[in-house]
Design a binder for this molecule. Structure first.
Ligand SMILES: Nc1ncnc2c1ncn2[C@@H]1O[C@H](COP(=O)(O)OP(=O)(O)OP(=O)(O)O)[C@@H](O)[C@H]1O
Length: 294
């Protein structure tokens, strides 16, 4: 039986490493039973945030809750959280099957069948040791362990970056297929968005230790609006909104706005001789997390 998915939340969380402030008052809730994408630039604080949920560290201040409790204080909740990270939590110098036996013995929802099926998909030979696998195969092994554990809160911290394209797509398909049969809370961190965004129902964008945006992927996609046309007409509309980016070519201007325009508003824009289009999640992320303002 699939256990109930865990929700998770951070309230006003600060994490400092010496002088470095990795999280700076982060507030966010991860809905139970949903796949959420956690996106942010290098150094934004993704790994730090995820390590709090997995009880690998405590916040300097603020509150962390997983399934309603402080995970650090609750071994049962801690056992229901599985974090897959690049370093891999494996027995490095012994055959992969030793690691599999360890997970089978310690993960209450472990699926031997799913593990066998995915090891086959990724062509991982279980008599080899994790240390003797290629980097991509080691990442795939981490993904297999994360999926086959079927933890109520499963977290993938950029694990698939070393995998080649066919393996990454096999991973995405495996996430969706197993999630459909055994719904759980899944958080996937990434700064490569286009490939993975079809998995996300919710998206959290983190920037310099703060949560910039947390919403459904559809609502976030609707926010990015591009306008292209004669400078006067475009600027007259842009004046009313937050401009994320601006490009000029002769008398033509293109602006990216942080606004969701409804059908009536789009018709009015077109009537003014301005083209309107939607900006993808990746472009919106790039514009929202740029260091300088347009
Ligand atoms: N152990 C540590 N000691 C000191 N500073 C750290 C430590 N771990 C992380 N940091 C700093 O905290 C900030 C956030 O790092 P974090 O690893 O959480 O970012 P990230 O979003 O996961 O980045 P990436 O996408 O590059 O993996 C960075 O500025 C980083 O230098």
């Amino acid at each position: 039986m699939t256990p109930a998915p865990f929700g998770a939340e951070l309230r006003d969380v600060v994490v400092r490493y010496g002088d470095e402030q990795a999280l700076d008052g982060a507030d966010v809730a991860f809905r139970p039973g949903i796949i959420t994408g956690l996106i942010g630039r290098n150094g934004a604080g993704k790994t730090t945030l995820l390590s709090l949920l997995a009880s690998l560290r405590r916040p300097t201040s603020g509150t962390v809750r997983v399934d309603g409790v402080d995970p650090f204080e609750d071994p049962l909740v801690m056992a229901g959280v599985h974090l897959v990270r690049e370093s891999g939590d494996v027995i490095g110098d012994e055959p992969v099957r030793r690691t599999l036996r360890y997970y089978a013995a310690t993960r209450p929802n472990w699926s031997t069948d799913l593990a066998a099926e995915l090891l086959d998909v990724f062509a991982i030979v279980t008599k080899k040791s994790p240390n003797s696998l290629s980097r991509g195969q080691r990442s795939a092994l981490g993904a297999v362990l994360g999926l086959a554990s079927r933890a109520p809160l499963t977290i993938f911290d950029e694990v698939y970056l070393s995998m080649d394209a066919p393996s990454r797509y096999a991973f995405y398909d495996a996430v969706l297929a197993d999630y459909a049969e055994h719904p759980r809370t899944i958080i996937i961190s990434s700064h490569l968005i286009e490939e993975v965004e079809r998995l996300f129902e919710d998206v959290v964008i983190i920037d310099r230790g703060r949560v910039l945006v947390a919403d459904s992927a559809d609502a976030i996609r609707a926010r990015g609006t591009g306008l292209t046309g004669p400078a006067d007409a475009v600027e007259a509309i842009a004046r009313e909104h937050t401009v994320l980016a601006r490009q000029r070519l002769g008398g033509v201007v293109r602006v990216t706005l942080d606004v969701a325009l409804d059908d009536d508003a789009r018709r009015a824009v077109r009537a003014a001789g301005v083209e309107v289009d939607s900006v993808g999640l990746q472009d919106l992320f790039v514009h929202l997390t740029r260091k300088e303002t347009p």
